[in-house]
Design a protein around this ligand. Structure first.
Ligand code: PLP
Length: 432
């Protein structure tokens, strides 16, 4: 999102038709606010793009970007699937009333308990990652006299690094079955020989913050190559080809947001062309967007407190949150943009560092940000903060995690309470 796309009234930033400055005062800060309509719109953009291309598809939201009861309820309303990667995400989705059959269970080290939980709750599909897991699942299905749908996660030798791609024989990754070395076909044979597992398709995920469609085009071709080989040699044809997530969003004016319709159209064309070339039916295409669904819809609101001017050098504007509610800048130099939510019409007069309140010099949310004149008490809104912020939040320095509010059509609703100091010691036990 770029700041020119924001809406404001009387100089105040509006989110989902609600005055963000009022939200900050009503719920206190730091506060995460989602524009729910933007989440719905993004889901609909994905769905419409597939429908416009007459492709059977499934959009499966990657929970790890933001997983709470409320988001699962919105996803259920919008009739999409979801991926979970832990018993905790699965538990949250089920508690939200999310349909189990629309859940895909991912992960490179699912525990026996997690697999049992998935089988007991009849999740839609388990995405198998390694041989240990196949054996474990086999044992569980045997014991429970049960059946389940599965997919194989492959590492096809393509990885996308935002703007560049590389294609190597073998990928050094902790995820999935390697294609080049024959691990993948071994897994295929193992699963096909098991009557309790129904292999519905193959999966691959090539990266995150992907801006060029070339990586996906390469992936589609590779997946069809594998499918054609398996058809010829093992008489197996996947019904589903799952292309993973990673659709890029623009965090600042250097990232150009991808056009989803253009992206999906290109993927669809390649799928159809490959199916024709390989003389195969067109499979269902699944994707797993996380960031692109919740990222642009989320705002982190902070209150500006102290300020440090380093004479002749620079200034630090300190806010009441930081790496505890958004670790991405500290963890991997993620870039964000911010605005002063109560001064949307003011001229930008200064270039500052936005720093958090945590005891780490690395706790800088934004390295350089142009802002209007600020004073303590102003509300800073970090944009595009909806993905991998709250979901990675911690209690570092024993700071409570923020509250989360959903705003839509001029109404706001608290969907995650702010942690209290009592919550912080809830699990602590006396020693003496
Ligand atoms: C992280 C992940 C996603 C989502 O990635 P985004 O960049 O958030 O779209 C999808 N699938 C798998 C397997 C992942 O690990």
């Amino acid at each position: 999102m770029i700041s020119s796309e924001l809406t404001s009234e009387n100089g105040h930033l509006m989110i989902g038709g609600v005055d963000s400055v009022e939200l900050a005062s009503k719920y206190q800060t730091p506060l995460v606010v989602y524009d729910v309509e933007e989440i719905r719109n993004q889901i609909r953009r994905f769905k419409n793009s597939f429908e416009n291309n007459n492709l059977k598809y499934q959009v499966s939201y990657a929970s790890k970007a933001f997983a709470t009861i409320a988001i699962y309820q919105v996803l259920k309303q919008e009739d999409v699937h979801t991926d979970v990667v832990s018993g905790g995400e699965l538990y949250t989705a089920l508690k939200a009333g999310f349909p189990a059959e629309k859940i895909s269970f991912h992960g490179n080290n699912k525990s026996e308990e997690e697999l049992e939980m998935a089988v007991d709750n009849h999740v839609g599909v388990i995405i198998l990652d390694n041989f240990y897991e196949i054996d474990l699942l086999e044992k569980i299905l045997e014991t429970k006299d049960s059946k389940i749908k599965v997919m194989l996660r492959l590492t096809p030798g393509i990885s996308a690094h935002t703007h560049k791609y590389d294609q190597t024989g073998q990928v050094d990754s902790k995820f999935g079955f390697d294609v080049g070395s024959g691990q993948a076909t071994k897994a295929l044979q193992k699963v096909l020989s098991n009557k309790r597992m129904e292999l519905i398709g193959i999966h691959a995920h090539i990266g995150s913050q992907i801006f060029g469609v070339e990586g996906f085009v390469m992936l589609v071709k590779k997946m069809f190559e594998i499918a054609a080989d398996w058809k010829n040699n093992f008489d197996y044809v996947p019904n589903v080809i799952n292309l993973g997530g990673g659709f890029g969003i623009s965090y600042n004016d250097q990232d150009e947001a991808i056009r989803l319709d253009v992206f999906i159209k290109k993927i669809a064309e390649t799928v159809k062309q490959q199916a024709k070339e390989k003389n195969m039916n067109i499979p269902e295409i699944w994707i797993e967007p996380g960031r692109s669904i919740v990222g642009p819809a989320g705002f982190s609101l902070y209150t500006i407190g102290s300020r440090k001017d380093v004479p002749g050098l620079t200034s630090y504007v300190n806010v009441d949150g930081g790496m505890g509610d958004n670790i991405r800048p500290a963890l991997y130099q993620a870039k964000y943009e911010a605005v002063v939510a109560n001064k949307m019409n003011d001229k930008l007069t200064q270039d500052v560092h936005i720093s958090g309140k945590y005891c780490e010099s690395g706790d800088i949310l934004i390295d350089h940000q142009k802002l209007p004149d600020t004073k303590s008490g102003d509300i800073l809104a970090v944009l595009d903060a909806g993905a991998y912020g709250y979901s990675m939040a911690s209690n570092y320095n024993r700071n409570p995690r923020p509250a989360v509010v959903f705003a839509e059509n001029g109404h706001d609703k608290l969907v995650v309470e702010r942690e209290s100091y009592e919550d912080l010691i809830k699990l602590d036990r006396n020693y003496i």
